[in-house]
Design a protein around this ligand. Structure first.
Ligand SMILES: NC(=O)c1ccc[n+]([C@@H]2O[C@H](COP(=O)([O-])OP(=O)(O)OC[C@H]3O[C@@H](n4cnc5c(N)ncnc54)[C@H](O)[C@@H]3O)[C@@H](O)[C@H]2O)c1
Length: 437
């Protein structure tokens, strides 16, 4: 009998005909084993390697191919599979297009894309054209045009496209989502979030030499919110974006760019080439977004000044306010003292999301990456929708270019409606937890 691969099955249009709904029997293969999911990893630097290790802890995942520009990085990722007792994956390397051979030759169900920012969207589009689920690192694209290409390709091929925004899956953020859905904060009116993470001393530049790493180029060329998805990830579902509400416009302002030069002067001296170079990127970008239903959201980009890490999530409704940075909450008629904060942790435990039932604290990012990848793999295995769909991936991603345009114009910019009006009738969908909310 001829072997029919999952990709052949999807190619016949069965996925589209089935309305890409999750069916329990698709999760189980022969002998009651979970059905294997064949994964390729493209981009095996820091993040891609971490994904390889995490994927190997998920039942049924087979990493059958890895790809990087550099041979040693691809081989290193392959060796992690072997050290874990797995069949060695095929190794692809050499240039920007090596991944295309991998998509053509390998029988893949999904690819994880952890390359430089500029190739995420084109690789995801190619994967969908090959009927392979893409799980793309953040951001999923760099321009609004490329974001539309993701949406259109996903619609045309019927293949879901998920941006791997891990902070959407954090235990605290999911517990808050349960509480929001129970109406405990009332009607949501306002939200604040930030990506406050000093990445000058290790990610944009090499920490020992101060030499550029690939993202440094973006700081010279652009002035915008370069990295909005970690801050805005959980916010999308708290505000019902794409499901009952939609972003209407974005207005972004920038501060002066002082932090990068100051860092190089302090650490490497005035003669270091980067101590006096002009960087377009302002130190703090503040974007205000308004939704069609009248909610407001403030997002801070804050990645080049010395400071401890923070996301400063704050969610405010007609019955109360959650304040992540303080670790506090206040709920009308529930909090014991009138207009006084109370600790958040007991709420996190009480409204703990079903995805967080086991202790995952030893895993990367405290288990959040595992929860995210596990949900992505479940979606692939069931040939169903991914927990973050292409529309949610698109709104988070579009902030990158739109914030830059707004700064340039010093004016609000309309936000595209990637759902083409479906936000009005779409129902909440991310991380539904029937046990709690
Ligand atoms: N979600 C998170 O918590 C998190 C954390 C760190 C990084 N990231 C994201 O992960 C991505 C990778 O970041 P990183 O820190 O691992 O960078 P990195 O430089 O360590 O790794 C990127 C790798 O991609 C490879 N690559 C680039 N283009 C390629 C192509 N066309 N084909 C094959 N390989 C290619 C490079 O050779 C490199 O090894 C970025 O988008 C970054 O924003 C996310």
């Amino acid at each position: 009998m001829q072997k029919v691969s999952r990709r052949d099955f999807i190619r016949t249009g069965s996925l589209a005909a089935a309305g890409i709904g999750i069916s329990a029997e698709k999760l189980i293969g022969a002998g009651n084993q979970v059905r294997p999911v064949k994964v390729g990893v493209i981009g095996t630097g820091n993040r891609g390697t971490s994904h390889v290790s995490n994927l190997l802890t998920i039942e049924g995942v087979e990493i059958i191919a890895v790809c990087d520009l550099f041979e040693d990085r691809a081989k290193n990722a392959a060796s992690i599979c072997e050290k874990n007792g797995r069949k060695p994956p095929s190794v692809y390397f050499g240039d920007m297009n090596a991944y295309k051979k991998m998509l053509d030759k390998e029988d893949l169900d999904a690819v994880i894309i952890a390359t430089y920012w500029d190739s995420h969207s084109s690789i995801a589009v190619d994967a969908m054209e090959h009927k392979i689920y893409p799980g793309s690192e953040v951001p999923a694209a760099l321009t609004v045009d490329d974001t539309w290409k993701l949406v259109e390709t996903s619609e045309k091929t019927g293949i879901p496209c998920m941006m791997l925004e891990n902070w959407s899956f954090r235990q605290d953020n999911l517990a808050l989502l349960n509480m929001k859905r129970l109406g405990m904060l009332g009607e949501i009116v306002h939200c604040h979030c930030a990506h406050s993470h000093d990445c000058i001393d290790h990610w944009f530049f090499d920490s020992k030499t101060g030499l550029d790493r690939w993202p440094a180029d973006y700081l010279r060329k652009y002035n915008r919110d370069q990295y909005p998805t970690h801050s805005v990830g959980p916010v999308i579902s708290w505000l019902d974006i794409n499901r009952g509400d939609a972003f209407e416009e974005i207005y972004s302002r920038d501060s002066a760019s002082k932090g990068i030069n100051a860092y190089f002067k302090r650490k490497f001296g005035n003669d270091h080439p980067n101590a006096n170079l002009t960087y377009k990127q302002g130190d703090i970008v503040t974007s205000t977004l308004r939704t069609k239903m009248g909610k407001t959201l403030v997002i801070n980009y804050d990645m080049q000044l010395p400071r401890p890490y923070s996301n400063r999530w704050m969610l405010q409704g007609t019955l109360g306010v959650y304040y992540e940075e303080k670790g506090m909450i206040y709920l009308t008629d529930i909090s014991p003292e009138y207009h006084q904060w109370e600790p958040w942790k007991p709420y996190e435990e009480k409204y703990n999301h079903k995805w967080w039932q086991k202790d995952l604290s030893s895993q990367s990012h405290g288990g959040t990456d595992y929860v995210m990848l596990n949900q992505f793999i479940n979606a692939v295995r069931s040939e169903g929708p991914t927990p973050i769909d292409v529309y949610d991936s698109a709104v988070m991603t579009a902030i990158v270019e739109l914030s830059g345009i707004s700064i340039e114009k010093n004016a609000p910019v309309p936000f595209p409606d990637f759902t083409r009006g479906k936000w009005q009738t779409n129902k909440p969908y991310f991380a539904l937890d029937s046990d709690k909310a």
